[in-house]
Design a protein around this ligand. Structure first.
Ligand code: ADP
Ligand code: MG
Length: 656
C-alpha cells in the first residue's frame, strides 16, 4: 500500500507547500514511495498535479442495484449486514460484505487482500462504494472482478466521472491496489491550497486541476481538458515552428545530384534498390537540391532497407565534398554499419570511420584531428560522436538511425557540429500520422513500405511459460536445419536472477553452443560474441535488448523472446525483424504470459498497424515521452482524438 514508508517527522504544514515542494511533504510519502514516484517522473507537487488521469468512466449514482446498470460503474450507499472472509491459495484473502441499500435491496462487495476491512467495517457501518455492477447468480455485486473502491469519507457526492489513472510501467499500483492514492490528489486539490511562488504562478487556476482529477461531470472535465490541451499544443508547435523557421531560413548546401552521380551511387550498392527505396531516394535527392537544408524523416518497418537509402544520400553528399555523420544507438549497430558500408565502398576515396566510446582516448583524439582537418569522411558512431571534443571541418549531412533512442537535445548536439547540415532521421517504429505531426511537424516524411525481395515478414507465435520444453525442442530443430537462434531476455540478472540472460545461458549451455551479449560486457567481448555467432561457431546467441537494433545475421532463423510480456510492442516487432534475413524463413516465439501486446504482435506483421495498437494501449503520452521527443509529455492533449485541435493550433502558430 502506498502509505508504507510514511515519515511523519518530515511532514510540513500544508500552508508552506508550493508547487515546487517535493512529494515527500505529503503524508504517506516516505523515501520508498518517493523513489517509485520519481521513477515515474513525479518529483514535485506540480508534477503530481499535472499527472492527469488517462481515461474517465461515467458513473451512475444508484439507490439500489438495478438490472439495466449491470456492467457499468455505479455508486451505491449501504449498511453492512454481514461479513465473510476466506483465505485463498497463495496467502491471498477475500473479504465479502453484504450491504443493505437504502430501500433494503441487498448487494455485495468483495475485497481481495484487505483482511483488515473486516475489523474496520463491522455490521451496521454505513459506506459508499464505487465499482462495476455485476450479477453472480442471484447476487448483485458492486465490484467483484473489477475491484470496488470505498468512497473516501469526505467525498463530494456530486462527481459522476471516475478518473482512471495510468498504469505505471509494470507497477499498476497507482490505479489498482492503492485506490486511496488515486483520489488523494483530488482531495488535496480541494482542501489545500498551494501557496504561489515564483515557479507556480504559471499554473492555471486550481479549479481546472480539480476538474481534471475529480471532475464533477463530463462537460466540466472536457472544458478543463481543452484548456490544458490548447496550452500544450501551443507550446508544442511554438517549438516546432521555431525549428522549422530556423531551418528554412538557412541556406543549406544546394547539391547537384545529377543522373550520372545517381548512377554511380547505385552501382556502389551490392543490390538493386527496391521501387520504394528508389522513390525515397528521389525524394531525398530532391531535398538536397532545394535551397534550404534538408530535414527529413525516413520511416519504414524493420528490414525495409533504410540504411541503404541513407548511405546513398550520404554518398551524394560525400561526392560533393561534405562530411557525413551517422548516429546509431548502440556500439554494435554502429560497428556493423561501418563494416558493411566499408565493404560496399572498397576502393573508393571515401574514408569510413568508426567512433565509439570503446576506442581509447588517443584513438579518439586521432580521429578528432582528422575530422577537424576535413576529407571525405563517413563517420559511424554512437553517443561518443556527440562529445564536445568532436568537431568537423565541414559536416554536411547528419543521419540519425533509430531516432526514438535519442532525445531532441542529443540530435541537436550533433546537428550543431555542422553549419546548417542536412538532417535525415530514421525510424523503424512507424509513427502514426498524427504523432508524426506533433513530433516531427517540421520534417518531411518519406516512407518505405515494401521489403527487399525474398524478405518475408516473420510470424510470431505465443507459447505460455509452462511450455518451455517445447521452446527447447524448437531451438534444437532450428539448429538441426542449419539455422541459428537468438534468445532474448528482459534483464541481465548478473546474480543469476530469474528472467536474466546470465541464468538463461546457464540453462541453455548444457544443450547448445551458446554465446552471451548484454550491455554490461565490454564492447570487444560483445562484438566477439556476435562475430562468433555470425560465423556459426555458436548456434545460440543469448542477449538483452541490445539485440533489438540492427544486428544482421542472415543465417538466424529463430528468435525466442523469454518473458515476452515484459517487452513493448515496438521492441517485440523489432526483435522478430532480426531473423529470417537470409534465404530461410524466420520464426519468432514469444514465451511468457499472454497479454495485449503479445497478442497484437502475433496478430499482424504490419508495423503501422502495430504502432496504432501501441498507441491505443499505451496512450500517446508514453510514445512521446520526454526522452523521445524532447517536448514536455503531453498530458491532456491526445494527438489522435485532438487531431482537429492540433491542426487549428498549428495553423494559428504558423500565421503568428
Ligand atoms: P532497416 O534498417 O530498414 O531495418 P536495413 O537497412 O538494415 O533495414 O536492411 C535490411 C537488410 O536488407 C540488410 O541486410 C540489407 O543489406 C538488405 N537490403 C536492403 N535493401 C536491399 C535491396 N534493395 N535488395 C536486397 N537486399 C537489401
Ligand atoms: Mg536499421
Amino acid at each position: 500500500m502506498a502509505a508504507a514508508g510514511g515519515n511523519e517527522a518530515t511532514v510540513q504544514s500544508p500552508t508552506t507547500w508550493t508547487a515546487a515542494s517535493p512529494l515527500t511533504v505529503l503524508p504517506g510519502v516516505g523515501p520508498v514511495v518517493a523513489r517509485r514516484l520519481a521513477a515515474a517522473g513525479l518529483r514535485t507537487l506540480r508534477d503530481l498535479l499535472q499527472f492527469f488521469p488517462r481515461r474517465y468512466r461515467p458513473l451512475r449514482e444508484l439507490i439500489a442495484p438495478v438490472a439495466d446498470a449491470v456492467g457499468t460503474l455505479v455508486r451505491l450507499q449501504g449498511t453492512v449486514r454481514s461479513v465473510r472472509s476466506a483465505w485463498l491459495p497463495g496467502r491471498r484473502s477475500m473479504v465479502t460484505f453484504e450491504f443493505a441499500s437504502a430501500d433494503g435491496t441487498p448487494f455485495h462487495a468483495a475485497f481481495f487482500n484487505q483482511p483488515w476491512l473486516r475489523k474496520n467495517w463491522p455490521p451496521g457501518t454505513e459506506r459508499g462504494l464505487e465499482g462495476q455492477l455485476e450479477r453472480d447468480g442471484r447476487r448483485s455485486y458492486c465490484g467483484k472482478r473489477a475491484l470496488p473502491l470505498p468512497m473516501a469519507p469526505d467525498r463530494a457526492p456530486c462527481s459522476c466521472v471516475i478518473p482512471r489513472s495510468r498504469a505505471w510501467g509494470r507497477r499498476a499500483w497507482w490505479s489498482g491496489s492503492a485506490p486511496c492514492w488515486r483520489r488523494s490528489i483530488g482531495r488535496r486539490c480541494r482542501c489545500r491550497r498551494c501557496r504561489p511562488d515564483s515557479t507556480s504562478c504559471t499554473l492555471p487556476p486550481r479549479e481546472l486541476f480539480l476538474a481534471m482529477h475529480r471532475p464533477t461531470d463530463v462537460a466540466t472535465h472536457e472544458r478543463a481538458r481543452l484548456h490544458f490541451a490548447v496550452r500544450e499544443a501551443v507550446a508544442l508547435f511554438a517549438a516546432v515552428e521555431q525549428a522549422r523557421r530556423a531551418r528554412t531560413a538557412r541556406q543549406g548546401w544546394s547539391f547537384a545530384t545529377d543522373a550520372p552521380l545517381a548512377e554511380r551511387i547505385r552501382a556502389r550498392l551490392p543490390f538493386a534498390l527496391t521501387a520504394d527505396q528508389d522513390l525515397a531516394l528521389a525524394a531525398l535527392f530532391g531535398r538536397l537540391r532545394g535551397p534550404a537544408a534538408m530535414g527529413a524523416l525516413l520511416q519504414g518497418d524493420v528490414g525495409t532497407g533504410k540504411t541503404a537509402v541513407a548511405v546513398a544520400v550520404a554518398l551524394a553528399v560525400l561526392a560533393r565534398g561534405g562530411q557525413v555523420a551517422f548516429l546509431a544507438p548502440t556500439e554494435i549497430l554502429a560497428a556493423q554499419q561501418a563494416a558493411a558500408v566499408a565493404a560496399w565502398l572498397g576502393g573508393s576515396n571515401v574514408e569510413v570511420i568508426l567512433l565509439t566510446a570503446a576506442l581509447t582516448r588517443a584513438e579518439r583524439q586521432a580521429i578528432g584531428e582528422r575530422l577537424r582537418t576535413g576529407g571525405r569522411h563517413l563517420v559511424f558512431g554512437t553517443h561518443a560522436l556527440l562529445s564536445a571534443s568532436v568537431a568537423f571541418a565541414c559536416l554536411a549531412l547528419v543521419v540519425i538511425d533509430e531516432q526514438h533512442r535519442f532525445g531532441v537535445d542529443q540530435r541537436m548536439a550533433l546537428v550543431q557540429k555542422g553549419k546548417d547540415p542536412h538532417v535525415l532521421v530514421m525510424t523503424a517504429t512507424p509513427i502514426p500520422r498524427t504523432l508524426a505531426l506533433t513530433m516531427f511537424g517540421d520534417l518531411d516524411v518519406v516512407t518505405l513500405r515494401s521489403r527487399p525481395p525474398g524478405r518475408r515478414p516473420v510470424p510470431a507465435r505465443f507459447l505460455a511459460t509452462d511450455r518451455w520444453p517445447r521452446v527447447l525442442r524448437s531451438i534444437a530443430r532450428a539448429i538441426r536445419r542449419g539455422g541459428r537462434v537468438f534468445v532474448v531476455c528482459p534483464a541481465v540478472g548478473e546474480d543469476g536472477e530469474k528472467g536474466g540472460v546470465v541464468r538463461m545461458q546457464q540453462v541453455l549451455a548444457t544443450r547448445f553452443k551458446t554465446a552471451l551479449v548484454h550491455g554490461r560486457l565490454p564492447l570487444a567481448e560483445r562484438q566477439a560474441a556476435i562475430a562468433a555467432f555470425a560465423r556459426g561457431d555458436t548456434d545460440v546467441l543469448i542477449g538483452t535488448t541490445v539485440l533489438e537494433v540492427g544486428i544482421d545475421v542472415p543465417a538466424a532463423t529463430l528468435m525466442v523472446v523469454a518473458a515476452a510480456e515484459r517487452f513493448g510492442i515496438g521492441q517485440l516487432h523489432q526483435l522478430r525483424g532480426r531473423v529470417g534475413r537470409g534465404r530461410r524463413r524466420g520464426l519468432c516465439i514469444l514465451c511468457g504470459v499472454d497479454g495485449e501486446r503479445v497478442r497484437a504482435v502475433s496478430r499482424t506483421h504490419d508495423g503501422f498497424e502495430l504502432a496504432e495498437a501501441d498507441l491505443a494501449l499505451r496512450g500517446s503520452g508514453e510514445l512521446l515521452g520526454t526522452a523521445q521527443s524532447g517536448f514536455a509529455e503531453l498530458r491532456a492533449l491526445d494527438p489522435v482524438d485532438d487531431l482537429g485541435l492540433l491542426l487549428r493550433v498549428r495553423a494559428a502558430v504558423r500565421d503568428r
